[in-house]
Design a protein around this ligand. Structure first.
Ligand SMILES: Cc1ncc(COP(=O)(O)O)c(C=O)c1O
Length: 500
């Protein structure tokens, strides 16, 4: 086997020599184009480089490239090298092939897409509450009332910043969380994901660095990377982001932004301690780096109320505070918000208007009514009790059936983050879990850099207690299967000793 790391080509030398080597190179490159590993417009390695990487003669690579040119897939350009100009499907006149045309970011973004499960799969890997936790009746009643009494202004375009009734309702809501702001500083977004996307558009240029906790939310990784930024992870532990490590990394990387989730972090569930909250603010202020504080889960606490958000302690207007109604009401509303210091508003409003002009007034007014009528406060009490029940059930069953998993039951939020017993990794466990009918999230999708294969994230908000029982049984079986496979492989690899 010969492998070119750049192109991810794997070529085997024929045993009998009946397929010429150059044709194998042709087939490997053709396949890489067909499955989208190299896109149209991308450069293939120089002949000399590829011959070195594949350890074949330069003549072999030259012959392969000539053949691919003859097939209409490659073309040499003076000063630019040899580029992919068509896919095998285009060259043969088949239906236009789109996969080769997607950008490199779009190819990486696949994992953010929705997973449609077979009905029997236990969906621990999701990031949503299940539908029994939506406040369906209250929202229906409020929606009826809203549309019965609405005047035509419901259908007129609002400002990109949002509908005034919702901005004001959020100001009241934040007051109870020790955050005092003006309605002009509340920017309504189409969910928190759009908040991240417009923050990236407004403040990041290619090559900028963003510091995040390690691990962090994968949608944030995508938003920052899509803007061309490099994301660097700051070590975190059970008390959240490590502030001394943050200081070193600020000095070294000089980042443009810091992105943190101080309360019930996704995926670890950690709470940044009160002491560290102040340290993080002080350190960031010393280096004059703004903080994006994400607080989507802070209201879903199981015991005590968590410490106040960083924004409540922010004297320098250095924190942009993010929230959303997706996790505390319903995800399809697509309503979130950013609390934005005055100086940061123009860039963010421009980015918001560029993305979608404004968020739908209908859903904004519905959410405003949901807040004003105190339905949300009542709904939160239900959410807390139910998520707590599920967390307890999950933790108890994991202790009993998968005792080798290491975890701390989170004090709030949606997720349980667990370490796999070495040498088990998600490479072994995820496929085994899929076969057993349980979907889990591998830790590496949360990592700014490499690593995370020794962790899994289980969402307990997406599954009721009956499904949790089924899911843990399946997970235990999958862990057993993976151990058996590891042991069989180790035995195969161990040298045989013959006793004479
Ligand atoms: C930390 C964090 N930010 C943003 C989002 C996306 O939220 P929304 O549904 O409001 O776009 C999620 C969803 O999982 C999240 O966990």
């Amino acid at each position: 086997m010969r492998r070119s790391p750049e192109l991810n080509l794997t070529i085997s030398r024929p045993e009998s020599g009946d397929i010429p080597l150059y044709l194998q190179v042709v087939e490997a490159i053709e396949k890489a184009i067909r499955i989208g590993q190299i896109g149209i417009g991308q450069r293939v390695p120089a002949e000399r480089t590829l011959s070195h990487l594949l350890r074949v003669s330069r003549t072999t690579v030259t012959a392969a490239y000539r053949e691919l040119e003859a097939r209409g897939l490659l073309r040499g350009f003076v000063g630019r090298g040899t580029l992919v100009v068509a896919s095998p499907a285009d060259a043969s006149g088949e239906a236009l092939s789109w996969s080769q045309r997607s950008s490199s970011m779009a190819r990486q973004a696949n994992y953010l897409s929705y997973v449609h499960h077979q009905p029997d799969v236990v969906p621990f890997e999701l990031g949503w509450q299940d539908s029994s936790l939506y406040p369906t009746e209250s929202l229906n009643a409020l929606l009826r009332e809203l549309t019965q009494t609405a005047s035509s202004d419901l259908y007129a375009p609002p400002s990109p910043a949002g509908d005034r009734s919702l901005q004001q309702a959020i100001v009241q809501w934040l007051e109870a969380r020790d955050i005092r702001v003006n309605a002009d500083n509340v920017l309504i977004t189409a969910g928190a994901q759009q908040g991240l996307n417009i923050l990236a558009r407004a403040f990041l240029s290619p090559g900028d660095v963003v510091l995040t906790e390690r691990p962090t939310f994968m949608g944030a990784l995508m938003a920052f990377r899509w803007a061309g930024a490099e994301v660097v992870g700051v070590p975190s532990d059970e008390a959240g982001l490590q502030s001394d490590a943050l200081e070193d990394m600020l000095a070294w990387h000089r980042p443009k932004l810091i992105y943190v989730m101080p309360t019930f972090q996704n995926p670890t569930g950690a709470i940044l301690s009160r002491e560290r909250r102040q340290q993080v603010l002080d350190i960031a202020a010393r280096y004059r780096v703004p903080i994006i504080e994400s607080d989507l889960y802070g209201d879903i606490y199981f015991d005590q109320k968590p410490p106040s958000p960083l924004k409540a302690m922010d004297k320098l207007d250095a924190v942009i505070y993010q929230g959303s109604f997706s996790k505390i009401a319903a995800p399809s509303l697509r309503v979130g918000w950013l609390v934005v210091p005055k100086g940061a508003l123009p860039a963010l409003l421009a980015a918001k208007a560029f993305e979608d002009l404004h968020t739908s007034t209908l859903t904004q007014r519905l959410v405003a009514r949901f807040l004003e009528s105190r339905h949300l406060d009542r709904h939160l009490a239900t959410m807390r009790a139910e998520c707590r029940r599920r967390r307890d059930h999950l933790a108890a069953l994991l202790h009993e059936h998968v005792p080798t998993l290491q975890f701390r039951p989170p004090a709030g939020g949606y997720y349980l983050w667990a370490r796999l017993p070495p040498p088990l990794t998600t490479d072994d466990l995820l496929p085994a879990a899929a076969v057993r009918g349980v979907a889990i999230r591998g830790g590496s999708s949360h990592m700014p850099e490499r690593g995370g294969e020794d962790y899994i994230r289980l969402c307990f908000a997406s599954v009721d207690t009956r499904q949790i029982t089924k899911g843990v049984q399946r997970l235990a079986a999958a862990v057993g299967d993976s151990w058996d496979r590891l042991q069989t492989n180790a035995q195969r690899r161990s040298p045989r000793v013959s006793v004479i």
